[in-house]
Write a protein that binds this ligand. Structure first.
Ligand SMILES: C[S@@+](CC[C@H](N)C(=O)[O-])C[C@H]1O[C@@H](n2cnc3c(N)ncnc32)[C@H](O)[C@@H]1O
Length: 288
């Protein structure tokens, strides 16, 4: 168990009992100096005490919140209740040499996707023009721009709060000329503004990636390019979630010529349910 999870496990065991500790330590999100906990209703009466105790034990935390709804809606936001510490939802999160200003109540941001952001950023080459269709506060886009001298990342999000934070983050990370923040629906934008423009397209919204695949294909350069596709896949015991995502992608792409360059389970999101990422090289898009 990583050090931070162990600390949370120990504190939760002490306050709530071992029955809840494992689930709480597995589901906690630490974004900057804010901890977000999922606490079962039965343990709710002790949740403030747990928050206070966590603040005492973990000096890097200043705020403890409880997640009181699943992540929902177009903006992928969750309801949060204050438990302990300072009464704020804005923080600064550091990741792979970048700093992100995040308002955890108003935008989606998951520290669990840090490795995926890094993996994708490592694949981008000098001179590429990239579209991030679901950019949030700029996690993928800014990391890419930070690592390359000559790159342009067009970063679209539907949530005005996310786009505003993305703009701030491009300034904080000194990548203003390389990340272009755009407010709007990425389907409309891909069709109307960017036909045939991109070497690479990121689709980090598993709920919608399938629906947005055709606009993504329109936005790729006529000679083709790479799409980083994500999906939620159900896989029973012994089944490979990556194969499930591949089957779904084959059905969606129909006669488009493509090859898979990489695929991985990003994380488990529920019982037998997985977030899968596929790196898809599409050969030609002229006929679409
Ligand atoms: C899972 S989050 C992306 C997280 C981000 N890539 C990161 O690494 O932090 C998905 C984002 O897609 C945005 N979104 C949802 N529907 C959209 C659409 N039709 N067009 C553009 N953005 C959309 C949401 O507002 C949300 O910020």
């Amino acid at each position: 168990m990583p050090r931070k999870s162990r600390l949370i496990f120990n504190v939760a065991s002490r306050v709530l009992g071992a029955e809840y500790a494992r689930d709480i330590s597995k589901s906690i999100d630490v974004i900057g100096d804010i901890a977000i906990l999922k606490i079962p209703n039965r343990a709710e009466p002790l949740s403030r005490e747990l928050g206070e105790e966590l603040l005492r034990e973990a000096p890097y935390l200043r705020v403890v919140l409880r997640q009181s709804s699943p992540v929902t809606g177009d903006f992928r936001i969750r309801n949060l209740e204050w438990l302990a510490g300072e009464r704020r939802t804005v923080t600064y999160h550091r990741e792979y040499g970048c700093i992100f200003k995040v308002d955890v109540a108003k935008v989606y941001f998951s520290p669990r996707l840090g490795n995926e952001r890094r993996r994708v950023a490592d694949m981008v080459g000098e001179g590429e023009v990239v579209l991030n269709m679901f950019a949030g506060v700029g996690g993928f886009s800014i990391l890419i721009a930070k690592r390359l001298r000559n790159v342009k990342v067009y970063s679209v999000d539907l949530n005005p709060e996310a786009v505003q934070l993305m703009l701030i983050n491009t300034i904080l990370n000194k990548v203003s000329g390389k990340v272009i923040s755009i407010l709007g629906d990425s389907k409309t934008i891909a069709y109307n503004l960017f036909q045939g423009c991109f070497d690479r397209i990121l689709m980090p919204l598993p709920e919608k990636a399938r629906e947005y695949l055709t606009p993504a294909l329109h936005a790729l350069k006529p000679g083709g390019g790479v799409i980083h596709y994500q999906s939620f896949v159900h896989a029973d015991k012994g089944e490979d979630p990556v194969k499930g995502a591949l089957k779904e992608l084959r059905e969606s792409l129909g006669c488009v010529d493509f090859k898979i360059e990489g695929g991985r389970v990003v994380r488990e999101v529920g019982p037998f349910r997985y977030q899968v990422a596929l790196d898809v090289r599409v050969s030609r898009t002229e006929t679409l």
